[in-house]
Design a protein around this ligand. Structure first.
Ligand code: PEP
Ligand code: CO
Length: 450
């Protein structure tokens, strides 16, 4: 087809080093599911994808700021009106806080409408002497620990696609019809503010946002949602390569191939190594790409990824999402920045302060501490400023609901409190209050740095 990258086609990943894929017992059923997927209409359009690319280019130049967030793993059961609305609400409110302090437009990108496949450190899981395939996300199998649930089911690819379409359809409907009301402070749940030592500052900031909104609306005579259309983009880890390949298409009057299952596919840390099938797949599509980088990666390999994924130095093409951990970022990030800067290619730097800060509690739960998350972010702002590069965005695992998965924040949630509402199937997420508070603190830091 037209103008593909050198020696690339949508199946060329198959001859590279393929990792993190499920083992299907019935290859014919897998093939049949892929054929059905490929015949269904796309979920996003190439012009939305190109618009996002242009916006990411401006974020890389420091003119906009990216807020990317959502579940670690979406689940089929949580594809509900309440859960989707709550996620949009928190992302929208966080973006307002950031816009207000940073004085930049915020690009909102959800980890949603397709975040259904997960990499795992082991192919199998053993409990009480029984060994079964690991849970790899609802796109593959189910979380319950029994042989039937853990068997990869090719029809889940179609189920995941359908739910992604339902999610996007609902989001598009909300954006078009009044959802912008959530801008207004009466929809903000600020009960936590009183528990924080920063109560007065938080209150002042939120009131000042409310005043700005009122001022703009009075001035223009229309609601803010109508002045600046509230856009959301979708992203997910492009992990399941049979699924991603099935969504890879050419479109009339544009060159090259697009993955039209999402605006921004990203490659996870475990599959971002030299020679990886995921990198081979990603290099040939025209979407903007995210790549997780950090612990365990050699800086020269990161620079090499930049050359492979963005040989022409296209602006907005590549976001490097670094995730080192609060304890390591000071040591690991600078050599990565230096190696990437030496390529001379533009990249957008985004900090994921979640995945380097995961730890186990004494009773075996996975958690992350609010202060460690904030610390990694604050250090990242400073490290980029010291290197003459720009931290252009943040990446969070969060939910709009009242879960108890991460410790800390204004309410001082401790490990004993985690059991009350621990619902994540994979990694711990910031809850509504923690996410909003994090936005207030990131906004404060970002405003000081820029
Ligand atoms: C994730 O974002 O959920 C994830 C698995 O991240 P990483 O690849 O950075 O570990
Ligand atoms: Co995660």
């Amino acid at each position: 087809m037209s103008n593909a990258a050198d020696n690339w086609n949508p199946t060329s990943w198959r001859s590279a080093d393929v990792r993190q894929q499920p083992t299907y017992a019935d290859q014919e059923a897998l093939q049949a599911a892929a054929v059905r997927l490929a015949a269904l209409p796309p979920l996003v359009t190439s012009w939305e994808v190109e618009t996002l690319k242009g916006q990411l280019a401006s974020a890389a130049r420091g003119e906009r700021f990216v807020l990317q967030g959502g579940d670690c793993a979406e689940s089929f059961a949580e594809c509900t009106s309440d859960s989707i609305t709550a996620k949009l609400k928190i992302l929208l409110q966080m973006s307002l806080v950031l816009t207000h302090s940073l004085k930049k437009r915020v690009i909102r990108i959800g980890r949603f409408a397709g975040q259904y496949a997960k990499p795992r450190s082991s192919d199998t899981e053993t409990r009480s002497g029984e060994t079964l395939p690991s849970y790899r996300g609802d796109l593959v199998n189910s979380l319950d620990f029994n042989a039937a649930a853990r068997e990869p089911d090719p029809l889940n690819l179609l189920r995941g696609y359908n739910r992604s379409a339902l999610t996007l359809n609902f989001i598009r409907g909300l954006i078009d019809g009044g959802f912008a009301d959530l801008h207004h402070p009466e929809y903000w749940n600020l009960d936590f503010v009183g528990h924080s030592q920063n109560a007065a500052e938080y209150q002042r900031r939120v009131e000042s946002i409310a005043d700005s909104l009122k001022f703009m609306e009075t001035l223009s005579g229309v609601e803010v949602g109508q002045i600046d259309r509230v856009d959301f983009y979708a992203s997910h880890e492009a992990l399941h390569l049979v699924y991603e390949q099935a969504q890879t298409r050419t479109v009339p009057r544009r060159e090259g191939w697009y993955n039209l299952s999402t605006h921004l596919p990203w490659i996870g840390l475990r599959t971002a190594f030299p020679g990886s099938a995921h990198i081979e797949y990603a290099r040939g599509i025209r979407n903007p790409l995210g790549v997780k980088v950090g612990t365990g990666m050699a800086p020269r390999d990161v620079a090499n990824l930049v050359d492979v994924l963005n040989p022409g130095g296209e602006e907005g093409r590549l976001a490097l999402i670094h995730r080192c951990g609060a304890e390591n970022v000071g040591r690991e990030l600078p050599p990565i920045i230096e190696a990437v800067s030496a390529t001379g290619k533009p990249v957008l730097w985004i900090c994921d302060p979640m995945h380097g800060n995961t730890k186990g509690t004494s009773d075996g739960m996975k958690t992350r501490d609010f202060n460690a998350i904030l610390s990694e972010l604050e250090q990242a702002f400073d490290i980029h400023a010291d290197h003459g590069t720009i931290l252009g965005g943040v990446h969070f695992e969060l939910t709009g609901e009242d879960v108890t998965e991460c410790t800390g924040g204004a309410r001082g949630l401790d490990e004993r409190g985690l059991r009350r509402a621990y619902r994540s199937q994979v990694d711990p997420r910031l809850n509504y209050e923690q996410a909003l508070e994090m936005a207030l603190l990131v906004a404060r830091k970002g405003a000081q740095t820029s």
